[in-house]
Write a protein that binds this ligand. Structure first.
Ligand code: ADP
Ligand code: MG
Length: 714
């Protein structure tokens, strides 16, 4: 009781302290210091709890974007902040969010006050981790709401969270399906990577989300490549927003000064050789390698793992299980000599420490994507290098695109002859592993598809690709067929118009699919796996498995039949493989194809015969064992117990009745064993179950043998 009163008193004094601090801070808000006066976070009117969280995380001096945006945000203004990658935008919105809750005395039971939306799960997770660090002295609750996690758990916890960090798809799912979730209490909305959240890929999702929010709220939008679209401002009901960040387009305003940017021009078919040589030359570095699709990442990761480059390899892409994604993210964060192969799920916002190189193996869609990928290195005043890999066809268009944004990039010349090609090793690995070969085929098709789907046809032209050489470079002897391309080629007359005016983009939410997966509704595309037709002669008609099976049935071809002969040349008939029931005759006469019903009946008929045969085998074996044991006991009783005539007849009635044991074979755990031994004509005990029999037995020995036999059979 005493301690409860103490606790109660402490709580009351805490509230009083908070109230007086809030009053003081409010006064400071009335005369906000000028941005130039802010040298340290301590100079900002922030709560003690936030100050403590910041200093413990070693955040002492605010970055430029933090100095400029935190003060107006504290005053409740809408902010659109633009600052280069790695310049500290996360704190620029998290600090005002935390302070808003504190200043408005928000408590756990008051519901959701702030929602932060991030385009990818990894970025949401990263923001959540930062929030936990700097907000650890506050009493609010925060939740991470991303796809791939336990929906039920999120559902129960969501109404107790004051701050939610979400991906758009998952947030909308809760809004639609979760009766406990109430967005009407929302006061602050944050969009990190705002231009990505607002682009066409998330358009419908975001519109639906915003509909559920109260219109009276504060909005904070941050990105390295900010949207300036009036339409977006209207969509979000921004109230006279403050634009922070330069309107100028000087390259140093969008690219970190310490980022050294390079590009190489190399034929598509030499790319893998180049990458392999690059990695072999940079073994002691931390590198991110970007590809345009999950399937390419998967293949290059798997094949390079097989080739053992001598450094750790990791792969991060959207189709992995969420727990794996987070584990890989943490692994890459922690390690220093490591290569991460990734799709564009890793291109936005992720803050991996000390990345030395970013390699863009596939040409980015545009300058914005280039900036975000390259921005994974040279973060927060650190140095970094980036390498863009272009094909000769992509070079002029892409360089023009980068120059239009004032991005200065240096060309590096490499001599393909001097590169070390892993081609033979790759081919050998594929020859041994059909699964890997199928992965290579999928990677091939997905690359073609990614090029086809690109908007800028001056840079990306699927018909300029040398498919045969590219397939060979992936280790594929036969070029996989790309059906959608063939269909397109057939419609040559309409191709030029279709490609010239791509419209109707649908980008899928990162919650459900690969971040970069792009669909265009004006192009008919079929599923990747259907596009791959493996190893068939080029001009022959493609046969499906079902068609091949039907053909075989029509010709009455018996597949994989092995015939054994004895020494005299007579065929040995294996009874086990002969069908015993009468039904098969009916089936054979019924030549119309595969009849599943009849086949099922035949199997159950045959099963009866099999069971009968098996019972016989077991009975025989038990009989043999009984006889053997009896013989042994008889021998012993003669030698060791000569004078004990009454013991001569050993009573074996206690041994289990084999019929009973095997009739009760219906038990599920034993059924497996039954079917396994079924195929063996001569059933043998597994070696570890065999009982060692000696010729000279004492009564004790005999008893222990009997006990072991009993134990094995029960
Ligand atoms: P952005 O979102 O602009 O790309 P982040 O918010 O991810 O950048 O921050 C980049 C890195 O800089 C992070 O590692 C973060 O911890 C660090 N950082 C941010 N603000 C500060 C600061 N004021 N002092 C020191 N380091 C900071
Ligand atoms: Mg960021």
């Amino acid at each position: 009781m005493k301690s409860k009163t103490k606790k109660g008193n402490k709580a009351i004094s805490n509230i009083q302290n908070n109230n007086s601090e809030i009053e003081e801070l409010k006064k400071k808000y009335d005369s906000m210091p000028a941005e130039t006066e802010i040298k340290k976070f301590m100079d900002m009117p922030l709560s003690q709890k936030t100050q403590k969280g910041l200093s413990e995380s070693k955040y002492i001096v605010p970055t430029d974007i933090q100095r400029k945006s935190i003060l107006p945000a504290l005053l409740g203004k809408d902010v659109m902040g633009t600052a280069i990658t790695g310049s500290g935008k996360t704190l620029a919105f998290l600090i005002p969010v935390i302070e808003h809750l504190y200043m408005n005395k928000w408590s756990r039971t008051d519901g959701v006050c702030a929602i932060v939306i991030s385009p990818t799960r990894e970025l949401a997770y990263q923001i959540f981790e930062t929030l936990k660090r700097i907000g650890k002295y506050h009493d609010f609750s925060a939740g991470l709401i991303i796809g791939g996690k336990n929906l039920k758990f999120e559902r129960r916890r969501m109404d107790q969270c004051n701050i939610l960090i979400c991906t758009p798809g998952r947030l909308l799912q809760h809004m639609d399906e979760n009766p406990l979730f109430n967005a009407s209490t929302l006061e602050v909305l944050v969009l990190d990577e705002a231009d990505r959240c607002l682009d066409m890929g998330f358009e419908e999702t975001l519109n639906s989300i915003v509909e559920n929010f109260p219109t009276e709220r504060q909005s904070l939008l941050f990105s390295a490549t900010q949207t300036k679209s009036v339409k977006d401002i209207l969509r979000l009901n921004l109230r006279d927003p403050i634009f922070i960040g330069s309107e100028k387009t000087k390259s140093e305003d969008i690219i970190p000064v310490l980022l050294q940017q390079n590009y190489v021009v190399i034929k598509l078919e030499d790319k893998i050789t180049m990458l392999w040589s690059f990695l072999k030359n940079h073994l002691k570095q931390k590198i991110i390698v970007f590809f345009s699709s999950c399937k390419q990442v998967k293949y290059i990761f798997e094949i390079f793992c097989k080739l053992r480059p001598g450094t750790s390899l990791l792969a991060l892409y959207g189709t992995l299980h969420q727990d794996r994604r987070i584990a890989i993210y943490n692994d890459f964060t922690r390690k220093s000599n490591v290569v991460l192969f990734a799709t564009d799920i890793a291109s936005r916002g992720l803050d991996f420490p000390t990345v030395n190189w970013v390699v863009q193996m596939d040409c980015p869609e545009d300058a914005t994507q280039y900036i975000h990928r390259a921005g994974r290195t040279a973060r927060n005043q650190a140095r970094g290098e980036s390498l863009l890999v272009l094909t000769p066809f992509e070079e002029p268009g892409m360089i023009k695109e980068l120059q239009s944004r004032n991005i200065q990039i240096q060309k590096i010349h490499i001599d393909p002859q001097k590169l070390f090609s892993p081609r033979l090793k790759i081919e050998a690995a594929l020859a041994q592993n059909t699964e890997l070969k199928a992965t290579a085929q999928r990677a091939f098709v997905s690359y073609i598809k990614s090029i086809f789907l690109m908007r800028n046809k001056d840079i990306f032209d699927v018909f300029k690709l040398n498919l045969e050489s590219y397939a060979k470079s992936l280790g594929l002897a036969v070029t996989p067929r790309v059906r959608f391309l063939e269909r397109l080629l057939k419609k040559t007359t309409s191709i030029s118009t279709t490609l010239a005016e791509p419209n109707g983009f649908i980008q899928e939410d990162s919650d459900n699919e690969d971040f970069f997966k792009v669909k265009r509704i004006d192009h008919e595309l079929v599923n990747d796996t259907n596009d791959v037709v493996v190893d068939l002669p080029k001009k022959s008609k493609v046969l499906s498995k079902a068609a091949v099976a039907k053909k075989a049935i029509r010709k009455k071809i018996q597949a994989n039949e092995k015939i054994n002969f004895d020494d005299d040349g007579n065929v040995i008939i294996d009874k086990r493989k002969q069908l015993q029931s009468e039904l098969p005759t009916e089936y054979e006469n019924n030549a119309g194809g595969i009849n599943i019903e009849v086949a099922r009946k035949i199997l159950s008929e045959e099963d009866k015969f099999d069971k009968e045969r098996f019972r016989e085998l077991v009975k025989n074996r038990h009989k043999k064992q009984k006889d053997k044991l009896k013989k042994l006991v008889d021998e012993n009783s003669q030698s060791d117990f000569e004078d004990s005539a009454s013991d001569n007849d050993v009573d074996l009635s206690w041994l289990p009745d084999p019929d009973k044991v095997y009739n009760s074979n219906q038990k599920p755990d034993e059924s497996k064993e039954t079917s396994e031994s079924d195929s063996e004509e001569d059933i043998e005990e597994p070696s570890h179950k065999k009982v060692k029999l000696t010729s000279k037995l004492t009564l004790n020995d005999a008893e222990s043998i009997a006990a072991q036999l009993l134990a094995n059979k029960m």
